[in-house]
Write a protein that binds this ligand. Sequence first.
Ligand code: CTP
Ligand code: MG
Length: 172
Amino acid sequence: MTRLAVPDLCLVVLVGATGSGKSSFARRHFLPTQTVSSDTCRGVVSDDEGSQEATKDAFDLVHYIVGKRLAAGRLTVVDATNVKPEDRRHLVEVAREHDVLPVAIVLDVPPEVCAERNSTRPDRAHMPAHVVPRHVRELRRGLRSLAREGFRTVHHLRGAAEIEAAEIALEP
Ligand code: CTP
Ligand code: MG
């Protein structure tokens, strides 16, 4: 078991390619109400959780909900790929506005594993083959800049076994 220390009030930003297991991780370790999912927000604004056209409105909604929860002093988890620095920047800003620590949990899963999982997913339409390798490239390129972006705590989980063995330890 690996204990991941997480402040009991913080903004947890999950970082991982599609198929890396972010939503599964959020379900296992956090309450459904603590988790703000970009796909759920796509669904809210477009009736289609897979709609890429709804991206801008979906993320406006993600940021709005995150801000409201942090203002209320509620631990919040962002379930979105968050692989690019520009995807993360606004989340760090919202956390700062509310004096809350942003914490990154990186699910660094080999592209073959993500692709294999995606190929058998009941919940998602067929994903073009180039998407996973791109996400993994972007994720790895950005790893070293996470601290500079404002993530004081970065939990970098390498591979499915490390993710499986992780437990969240909330700390006051
Ligand atoms: N999965 C698995 N074993 C794990 C984690 C996930 O077999 N240890 C499976 C899930 O059951 C799901 C698929 O892999 O069918 C993708 O997992 P999910 O948690 O949905 O991945 P996300 O990172 O949330 O993918 P996306 O960005 O596309 O939402
Ligand atoms: Mg997901």
